[in-house]
Write a protein that binds this ligand. Structure first.
Ligand code: ADP
Length: 720
């Protein structure tokens, strides 16, 4: 509804325009179907209202233009007292709203008046192919309105009579709402043919709104006495009708005034009609409605087409929205499918990875209950998936240490993982199998978190390290063997010095024993001197026994046992062992030992061997110096990193770059009778104790060999 028409309707509803001098007048509203637009309606029918006002003092008549859809509500809600609508709408209102006709319009064409009208089907003049109703099949149709009798319903009846269903057999129907708009659409080629009531085309030509010979009437019927071109049967012209609420007396006065209107009254001329006649019979319109099953004979109050026609814009927008929604939901469904596929893909890839991975993988919740396991975990433990899932990981797999001591749950690194929300890595523990046996494992336990970072449990990735352990064991055994052989060879080399060393106490023993025997034979033996001799004898025998014990300890191939080692004591004993050799070479070994040192966890005989090797090499190196310039120092220190440091320094010739880089390579030697194994074995021993062995050349000449060994304190902390 336009602003103007809204305003007019509002004024009409409020009782008309208040005018000076008309205060006593009763406002009478005539609702007129505005089938050619509001301006035309007011122009054509305003003079008739004025005529009635002039004929009936005390009443003021106004015209209220109504669109097709506004007519019935205006009657139902008594917004109008009289209606001037097309014959079809009148019949409908008659049945539904109780309106009654009081006059029928006499129309005019030139000088001829007529009171019937019909429908016209027309096309552009160049569309010669559209001559009959049958030829309209599959063409685009524009009509005035679903409720327009002359602008649609009459043509519909004729088409149906010729077997052409306008809803099914045409390319489409458009409703343009006014006759003029229908003509414009056809001319513009928006539609192939149109429907208007009789006299529209002629009047538009007359008014200069339509070029003569620009359109052609389709299926034009010869109608005797009817002055206009028509494509349908004829029906009675528009009636002037009173609503059910309008008083009969008033209606009679209006009817009389209308009948009395001269054919050439200005109001008739401006409306281009020829006054009014007695109301005609509208049976023909009833027949049309019956045949089409519309109007009062239609089932639905508002047909689907009505709704479509009225809310076309909303429908198109809704349709577009719906289409968009369908597209959108299709797209979302497509994305969802893709997402599902991707998820399934990830899931199956995840499962494949879990299956393929060579490590055991399991998940636990924050109670330590197993939530998932991979096939390797099943294989490693001997439990089935069903036996594992839902059970306590610790109770099932991790309950005891390798020696059978119980492993308290509170110490379990897996539990600590989700309690502390951090990863734990353990490289030497055991898991237990279903059959009661254990296997060594290295495992990492990482917290499992949701998107918000909340800890849900832990994922454990474990590896059976039996093979690695066996290899390490084998390496260890091999090292022990080699170390033993090396010690034997060292002893072999030291044999002459040791024999010499032993010789001294043995000769002393022999001497003391001989002296004792001589005194006893000569009866010169007194108790005190004998006791003194025996004391000396015993001391020498002890010394000899100590030497033998040291040698035996050094070369004994015993099962190497790890244990706490006091490094200073070890250095002292070693210096003692090589003291004979050092003494013979004229070398003093200076000890510069830290006052207190933490112990080292290791195998004493092996670390002794390392120091022996270093000292013997040093003795040999300083042998090149003049006898009074042969110095060897052993230092022990302890640094803040809990590492014990041992240095064996000599003032020998030092080492050239090749010797420095190759000295630890097996069989590298610069000595004629050397094996080149001492340093190689020593380095492996130190590394097997978690330490390092390296050499440096001193600026002032000589070489220093450095050993770093982790103290027991450091080892304990690393394990924790
Ligand atoms: P070997 O003593 O049988 O040669 P080692 O492995 O003990 O075997 O020593 C390898 C080599 O390292 C020696 O031949 C020597 O050249 C060098 N070397 C070892 N210690 C010293 C040292 N204190 N001073 C100089 N050179 C050394």
């Amino acid at each position: 509804m336009t602003l103007t028409r809204g305003l007019i309707l509002l004024i009409a509803l409020l009782g008309g325009v208040p005018q000076a001098g008309l205060a006593q007048e009763t406002a009478i509203r005539i609702g007129v179907l505005s089938h050619r637009g509001d301006a035309a309606t007011l122009r054509n029918w305003g003079p008739t209202a004025d005529y009635l006002s002039s004929q009936m003092p005390g009443y003021h008549f106004t015209v209220v233009p109504l669109e097709f859809e506004e007519v019935e509500p205006a009657v139902a809600y008594r917004r109008v007292d009289f209606v001037l609508v097309n014959s079809g709408m009148y019949v409908d209102l008659e049945v539904r709203q109780g309106v009654s006709r009081i006059a029928t319009l006499n129309n005019r064409h030139g000088e001829q008046s007529y009171n019937t009208f019909g429908g016209v089907l027309f096309t552009r003049i160049d569309r010669t192919d559209l001559a009959t109703i049958e030829s309209l099949r599959d063409q685009r149709f524009v009509a005035v309105n679903l409720h327009s009798l002359g602008g649609f319903q009459m043509q519909w009846r004729e088409m149906q009579a010729r077997g052409l269903d306008p809803w099914e057999d045409l390319a489409g129907i458009e409703f343009a709402n006014t006759h003029d708009a229908v003509v414009r659409h056809v001319l513009a080629g928006d539609a192939d043919f149109g429907a208007v009531r009789t006299n529209i085309l002629e009047r538009m030509i007359e008014d200069g709104d339509l070029a003569r010979d620009s359109v052609r009437v389709i299926a034009s019927l010869p109608t005797e006495g009817f002055p206009l071109e028509v494509s349908t049967r004829l029906y009675p012209e528009w009636p002037f009708a009173k609503t059910g609420a309008t008083a009969n007396a008033l209606a009679q006065r209006v009817a009389v005034a209308l009948m009395q209107m001269p054919h050439d009254h200005p109001a008739s001329l401006s409306g281009r009609h020829a006054g009014w006649t007695v109301p005609l019979d509208y049976q023909a319109v009833h027949a049309l409605f019956q045949e089409l099953g519309i109007g009062p004979y239609g089932k639905p109050r508002f047909t689907f087409e009505d709704v479509i026609s009225k809310y076309r814009g909303a429908f198109i927008a809704g349709g577009l929205m719906l289409g968009l929604l369908v597209l959108l939901s299709g797209w979302i469904a497509h994305l969802n499918r893709k997402l599902d596929e991707a998820k399934r893909g990830i899931q199956s890839r995840f499962e494949l990875i879990l299956e393929a991975v060579g490590d055991g993988v399991s998940g636990v919740d924050t109670n330590g209950t197993i939530t998932f396991v991979n096939p390797e975990m099943v294989r490693l433990t001997g439990w089935t998936i069903d036996e594992l899932i839902g059970r306590s990981q610790h109770d099932l797999l991790h309950h005891s240490h390798v020696d059978g001591r119980p492993y308290p749950k509170r110490d379990c690194p897996v539990g600590a993982t989700f309690r502390e929300n951090r990863q734990h890595h353990v490289d030497d523990e055991v898991f237990w199998r279903k059959d009661g046996s254990s296997f060594p494992v290295e495992y990492a336990s990482a917290p499992l978190r949701d998107r918000e970072g909340k800890v849900l449990g832990a994922v454990i990735v474990c590896r059976d390290i039996s093979a690695r352990k066996a290899a390490e064991e084998e390496q260890r055994r091999h090292l022990t063997e080699m170390a033993h052989v090396s010690r034997l060879s060292t002893m072999g080399e030291m044999a002459s010095q040791i024999a010499h060393e032993l010789n001294q106490p043995l000769s002393a023993i022999t001497n003391y024993a001989g002296a004792c025997m001589r005194r006893l034979q000569d009866d010169r033996a007194d108790r005190d001197s004998l006791l003194e001799a025996m004391q000396l004898l015993s001391t020498q025998a002890h010394r000899a026994a100590q030497i033998v014990r040291q040698i035996r300890d050094f070369i004994r191939k015993r099962d190497p046992q790890r244990g706490p080692i006091e490094i200073n004591a070890l250095v002292g004993q070693t210096a003692q062992l090589v003291s004979v050799e050092a003494g013979r070479a004229g070398v003093d070994i200076d000890l510069d030992l830290a006052e207190t040192l933490p112990s080292v966890n290791g195998i004493v005989i092996e670390l002794e061997q390392v120091v022996v090797n270093l000292l013997r090499n040093a003795i040999e190196a300083v042998g090149h110096n003049p006898t009074d310039q042969r110095r060897i120092t052993i230092r022990s220190t302890f640094n803040a990193d809990d590492v014990i440091h041992i240095e064996v320094r000599d003032n020998g010739p030092g080492m050239d770059p090749t010797a420095l880089s190759e000295a630890f390579t097996p069989f590298y030697t610069t000595k004629r009778s050397g094996m080149g194994l001492g340093l190689a074995i020593s380095r492996r021993i130190v590394e097997a104790h978690g330490g390092r062995l390296w050499a440096e050349v001193e600026a002032g000449g000589g070489a220093t060999f450095h050993i770093d060994l982790p103290s027991e304190v450091a080892e304990a902390r690393d394990v924790a």
